[in-house]
Ligand binder design. Structure first.
Ligand code: FPP
Length: 244
């Protein structure tokens, strides 16, 4: 039997990487150690994503609300992003990944902004995976800014979505999120990709982010593949199949 359905398009998966602090505290470590371990988990997931049918991966690394954390933790997260960009650009290029950072830039240091721009330029040709790191990111802020930019334009839904998701013109990555994962046991969206997740499937796991890996991502994807997505319609007809 051969299926006549078209092959699955690459998916957009978004992850709220929660649980670093608790993971560290339970081990008698500093919260920043948890974030450092979180970067290792991020590397594992980036490596596993293309093989699981993921074309776009958006990771929540620093929310606009995270400025409320103690200064040393904020500083550690800024340092980790810079270190990650510097250390990973070559590996991302090699694995065909393109990196973008979404969120505000005006509150980041000039040094960090330069590193972001450098990594984005260096990886621009990657087509196997679009890795989007959300940093100083607030979804409500992104929607508000898109609305201000769109005022008087009467944009289409698609054009407005591109403004909200900060996609540069001609960017082929889908804005809509297919699957939104949150680790760390909490079940909330925390101002992450609210517009883009209008039809996202949600997956919550108790796994703390530093323990997350390719197998955990595969389990989330297997769960996602069992869901029936109806987008407000009715259940799909049984899959068409033709005898060979
Ligand atoms: C939430 O855990 C996690 C964050 C606020 C930061 C996520 C950052 C990383 C995974 C590593 C940084 C990666 C880069 C590239 C900068 P939490 O601290 O709120 O954990 P808790 O809920 O257990 O306290």
């Amino acid at each position: 039997m051969q299926s006549v359905l078209p092959p699955n398009p690459p998916l957009h998966v978004a992850i709220i990487m929660d649980g670093n602090g608790r993971w560290a505290t339970r081990r008698g470590l500093q919260r920043s150690d948890g974030h450092r371990a979180g970067v290792e988990a991020l590397r594992r997931v980036v490596e596993a994503a293309p093989g699981l049918g993921i074309g776009t991966l958006t990771l929540f690394a620093f929310s606009a609300d995270n400025w409320r954390r103690p200064a040393e933790e904020v500083e550690a997260l800024m340092w980790l992003l810079r270190a990650y960009l510097r250390a990973e650009a070559a590996r991302l290029i090699e694995s065909g990944a393109r990196l973008s950072v979404i969120g505000r830039r005006d509150r980041l240091s000039a040094k960090l902004c330069r590193e972001i721009a450098r990594a984005e330029r260096a990886t621009a040709a990657g087509r196997r995976l679009h890795l989007r790191v959300a940093f100083d990111y607030s979804s409500r802020d992104a929607i508000l800014r898109a609305a201000i930019r769109a005022a008087g334009l009467e944009p289409t839904l698609d054009a407005f979505s591109r403004l909200v998701s900060q996609a540069p013109p001609g960017d082929p990555s889908p804005c809509a999120v297919d699957l939104l994962i949150r680790t760390g046991g909490e079940k909330r969206l925390s101002d992450f990709l609210l517009w883009e997740s209008a039809y996202a499937e949600l997956y919550f796991t108790d796994c703390m982010w530093p323990d997350f890996d390719g197998a955990e991502l595969a389990a989330a994807m297997a769960d996602f593949r069992r869901r029936e997505r109806r987008f407000g319609g009715v259940p799909a007809a049984p899959a068409l199949a033709v005898a060979q």
